[in-house]
Ligand binder design. Structure first.
Ligand SMILES: Cc1cc2nc3c(=O)[nH]c(=O)nc-3n(C[C@H](O)[C@H](O)[C@H](O)COP(=O)(O)OP(=O)(O)OC[C@H]3O[C@@H](n4cnc5c(N)ncnc54)[C@H](O)[C@@H]3O)c2cc1C
Ligand code: SF4
Length: 328
């Protein structure tokens, strides 16, 4: 492993100051970054440890909603009574991720910024436009069974691996960021990029910017929400397809709905077309499938991942049917 220096920060200003150094990277739980350092994929010169920052609280916002500190551990967030009651989709998504030990270390900020699990990306002996821009994308012709069917480019077909981020996308969360140029808010749906011709950039974060918190807006019907994840084994595995859903149905009609898909794109995929297709429609399985089709008509599967399209379609239908009690 390449040598690096280590700087523990105790508050946000000192973390931002330390991050001005060339080659500096924030260290949160380390569950992704340290693995990538061991593999030679991440090669920071300076690790700015942000674990001592006062960013570990979940607080209620004055107008409703919650503020989640970037340092809140995934297990603490999943177990938080306000999250479980008002945003069960988020709690379920967190609990569907990784293992108990990893969730005890993983943080809200780190989970959002974790990197793809594309096998070529994690192997510095292979070409990959994400770790070595311009070297090519072997996944297109090689192993892409768990890679993107939506929003990919000829330069990269990677997927974002986070479960939590999919729930946050469905909930219209906002990411609060502090950096050398001050503070700004980024909708979580705009935090992650599509790969285009610069797949090396996962997010719109600028150099030295620190995620300080994630805000959840009030959404009364998020109490009726769920996260459903398909994976190759029952636990401790990344998603091959996932759906986060919240729905408000009255008298058998969908009044409002939020839908996001996971493991299908370079970012958590907010399913706006499916939502639009469902509002005002009967809460039936037939309508749920038609709404999924409205979103998935944009899918461009590769040789070995076309299964994701019917998988997501069925997850949408099953999740919404359970939430609304629809039987046909
Ligand atoms: C075996 C295994 C299985 C897993 N399974 C799943 C799974 O099923 N689902 C899932 O969602 N995840 C899964 N994960 C991923 C895990 O959830 C992430 O590794 C974890 O959430 C990362 O959080 P962290 O705090 O450890 O981040 P770190 O590893 O410390 O950091 C990750 C990245 O985020 C940056 N960063 C951290 N905090 C901030 C911040 N506040 N502002 C800006 N940048 C920041 C770091 O610089 C680094 O680039 C798995 C991981 C492993 C090892
Ligand atoms: S899909 Fe993206 S991360 Fe994977 S090999 Fe291609 S460029 Fe690299």
């Amino acid at each position: 492993m390449k040598s690096f220096s280590y700087t523990p920060a105790t508050d946000v200003p000192s973390a931002l100051e330390a991050a001005r150094t060339e080659g500096a990277t924030f260290l949160a739980g380390g569950t992704n970054l340290v693995d990538l350092m061991k593999l030679g994929v991440a090669t920071p010169d300076v690790l700015v440890d942000i674990n001592r920052l006062p960013l570990r609280d979940v607080t209620e916002l004055p107008g409703g909603g919650l503020r989640i500190g970037a340092g809140v551990r995934n297990s603490d967030l999943a177990a938080h009574p306000l999250v479980r009651r008002a945003y069960p989709v988020l709690s379920q998504a967190l609990l569907a991720g990784a293992s108990g030990q990893l969730r005890n270390m993983a943080t809200t900020g780190g989970n959002l910024v974790q990197r793809t699990r594309c096998r070529y990306f994690m192997d510095m002996t292979k070409p990959c436009n994400k770790h070595t821009p311009g070297s090519g994308c072997p996944a297109r012709e090689g192993d892409h069974r768990n890679l993107a069917v939506l929003g990919a480019s000829e330069h990269c077909v990677a997927t974002h691996p986070s479960d939590m981020a999919v729930a946050l996308a469905a909930l219209d969360a906002t990411v609060r960021v502090a950096g050398p140029d001050g503070e700004r808010d980024v909708p979580v749906t705009e935090l992650h990029r599509l790969p285009g011709d610069t797949p090396q950039d996962d997010t719109v974060l600028r150099p030295g910017e620190l995620i300080t918190a994630v805000d959840l807006p009030p959404l009364e019907f998020a109490r009726v929400s769920a996260y459903r994840k398909a994976r190759d084994r029952a636990s401790y595995a990344f998603a091959v397809g996932a759906v986060a859903a919240a729905v408000h149905a009255e008298d058998g009609v969908v009044v409002d709905v939020r839908l996001a898909f996971g493991a299908v794109a370079h970012k958590p995929w907010r399913a706006y077309a499916a939502e639009e297709a469902l509002r005002g429609r009967p809460a039936t399985r037939e309508e749920f499938l038609a709404a999924a089709d409205a979103e998935l008509s944009a899918a461009v599967p590769l040789r070995d991942n076309a299964y994701k399209v019917p998988l997501i379609r069925n997850l949408v239908s099953a999740t919404l049917a359970r939430l609304t009690g629809a039987h046909q």
